[in-house]
Design a protein around this ligand. Sequence first.
Ligand SMILES: [Ca+2]
Length: 525
Amino acid sequence: MSDSPVRSRREFLQASAASAVAMSAAIRDVMAAPSRPNIVFLFSDDHSLQTIGAYRTRLQSFINRHNLTPHLNRLAASGGVFERSYCCNSLCGPSRAAILTGLHSHANGFRDNSSRFDGSQWTMPKALQAAGYQTSMIGKWHLVSEPTGFDHWEILPGQGSYYNPDFITPAGTDRRAGYVTDIIGDAAISWLRTRDRSKPFLLMCQHKAPHRAWLPPERYLRLLENDNVPEPETLFDDYAGRAAPASEQEMAIGRDMTMASDLKVRPPLVGATGLVGEFARMSDAQKVAWDAAYGPRNDAFTKAAPIGRDLTRWKYQAYMKEYLRCVKALDDNIGRVLDELTTQGLDDNTVVIYASDQGFYNGEHGWFDKRWMYEESLSMPLLIRWPGVVKKGSRFRPMVQNIDYAPTLVEIAGASAPATVHGRSIVPVLQGRTPKDWRTSVYYHYYEFPQDHRVQAHVGVRTDRYKLIYYYPINAWELFDLDKDPQEVASVYGMPKYAKVEAELKVELNRLRAQYGETPYPSPP
Ligand SMILES: [Ca+2]
């Protein structure tokens, strides 16, 4: 075709005919291809399996009796629950980087929370955008650099705030009145209503809750006020039977949880001067609601003056109630987005995923926080609804990891991930035809030591039955037989009975390190 602005009538007719043929071919292709599903990725921060009613854990009956996660349960019932879903590095930023890139931390460059995400590398949202998806990121990002690969983004700065949070958008920073979980839900719904309806979409709706320091919304300040949350068997773990790091951490509820910030035992907020952080952001009405709820509780605490184990028990109850109040508000907003999809008639052609960046300790081993390769923090909740593909009520047992999310979503969108990606698409698992060569072990590497919480750096491998952990800076090992010791309180490392298992797992750990191109262990100090 001529570039000249002046074209002959013959050239014009030829060009018109050619483009008409091309257009009808394109229309035919679109009509023939199954329409590509939308993807709604609902995500949260530090949400444990134990506090989702769809998971069979020690708290399941408590969660469901108090109707704390009806919408997550609804999502699970309409699709599938992954029972063995793991992170590769149990920390906020590293898990997010692994999800976006499909790579372990050493390869995507985001090893700990002092890292800065390199947004120039290949990511799943970029691949979906290139495949014609409209992409949107709303909520907690936590990767320091600005999001790339999104047509629309509005994110919390860093950890963000629960009350009257600031948001960063390409246009600048603005402060929004209200409660962060509700505001993220509002923003997700607003985007769903104003998106370009000619394109399939990826919506990543990422909540801050239930991250420390667990500030519930005003409507739930008294939720569970008169109830007792069941204690875990290991609330008073003495860390015998483990390597030194378990007893050297700084995440014990009894010792390390702060009374003022974490548990809100503080003077009245109304009329107080010098308030900092979240409390300084509150409106007068919000402070009044807080004083009304916390005043009587704090008076009762002062009167009872618990000490020793009684104080740990009091702190556990106060912590769990705050955590669950945040979870309840999170669940409300999962439900609002699900309802919006139904209202827009999108249910049948939308894949809905719920996950959290890692698991969390709800008093197991006496702890809060995450980081360890032990089950509670290695595990990530993962619920997936995909009408026509995932059978309702499925329980998936194959081991999956957060590095699998990028290749999975890319395959759902009909695009492809580069061969360098470490993860593997779980689409065949979802279709009920798990490949025979599916992974039988997962690799783990946690780096951030000593801050925060003083959890020693470690690598490890988990198989169907066993878990080997290597604290490489101090050359210490643990081996758990998860069938016999699901709570991981008695390492069998070095026991003659397990010598063969131990040797096999060391080979497997090295095999995985080689497969993923891991960097060599640093020399001991
Ligand atoms: Ca987190």
